[in-house]
Ligand binder design. Structure first.
Ligand code: DGL
Length: 259
């Protein structure tokens, strides 16, 4: 199937996390059709071998392309770090937009203070993040904290349970009162912003890559002449590798939840 401006944008993540990005995409581009795919049957990606994350990402993008997607958003920092470059090589004519920890806006914000970056192990280990930290973090006090297990716990929903706040305290509690800003470098984490603030203090500023990714998508679609026709009413569809009604209901709840 060949793609044109009437076609849809494929958005994916290991699970529910990319829905935090999807919300920014819809806010920026309400006239577009978005097909969201959460690979919840294989979540979390952040603790898998890179080769497996690459293969999972590749097969999701292959399917979107076969369905006629006009662009892809990798709404996952981990999959972007591993798979964005090889996927762009494989599909040179397809706009493929990734996401990265929002270290640039955090370091550029006035009065940012000490910056804590929370992300998966893979994201913090790969060159992409080291390059980002070398470019934007060199004159700032940046602490990078891997949070294994946190995305997997968020996948289960029930975000108001005390075990989740205690889990967050285990990762970052020792920095309470000593950081000014937090970069949410995994797309699952915006859903627990309130719980992180509860641990670190109410005045911390949060940065995530959602809005920047949405602006980037708009400019890529515009440059390629692929923006949806004026007046088109956009729609959002959800699909999951954990193909149950309960899972799709959970995705809708995350899409509508107050954060
Ligand atoms: N939401 C993803 C990210 O932004 C991945 C989390 C995971 O599956 O480990 O990194």
């Amino acid at each position: 199937m060949s793609a044109d401006s009437n076609s849809f944008i494929g958005v994916f993540d290991s699970g529910v996390g990319g829905i935090s990005v999807l919300r920014s995409l819809v806010a920026e581009l309400p006239g577009e059709d978005f097909h969201y795919f959460g690979d919840s049957a294989n979540a979390p990606y952040g603790e898998k071998p890179e080769a497996q994350v690459l293969e999972l990402s590749r097969s999701i993008v292959e399917r979107f392309v076969a369905q006629g997607a006009k662009a892809i958003v990798i709404a996952c920092n981990t999959a972007t770090s591993v798979a964005a470059a090889p996927l762009r090589n494989a599909y040179p004519d397809l706009p493929i937009i990734g996401i990265e920890p929002a270290l640039k806006p955090a370091t550029e914000a006035p009065g940012h203070g000490r910056i804590l970056v929370m992300a998966t192990d893979i994201t913090l280990t790969l060159d992409k993040y080291h390059d980002l930290a070398a470019t934007y973090g060199k004159d700032c006090d940046v602490i990078s904290v891997p949070c294994p297990g946190l995305a997997g716990r968020i996948e289960h929903g029930e975000l108001e349970q005390p075990d989740l706040t205690e889990m967050i305290r285990g990762y970052v509690g020792s920095f309470a009162g000593t950081v000014g800003s937090v970069v949410l470098g995994c797309t699952h984490y915006p859903f627990v912003r309130r719980q992180i603030a509860e641990v670190l203090g109410p005045d911390v500023k949060f940065f995530d890559g959602g809005a920047g990714t949405a602006r980037h998508l708009r400019s890529r679609l515009s440059a390629a002449g692929l923006l949806a026709p004026e007046g088109h009413a956009g729609a959002v569809e959800f699909a999951s590798s954990k193909d149950t009604e309960a899972e799709i209901a959970l995705y809708r709840e995350f899409f509508e939840r107050r954060i």
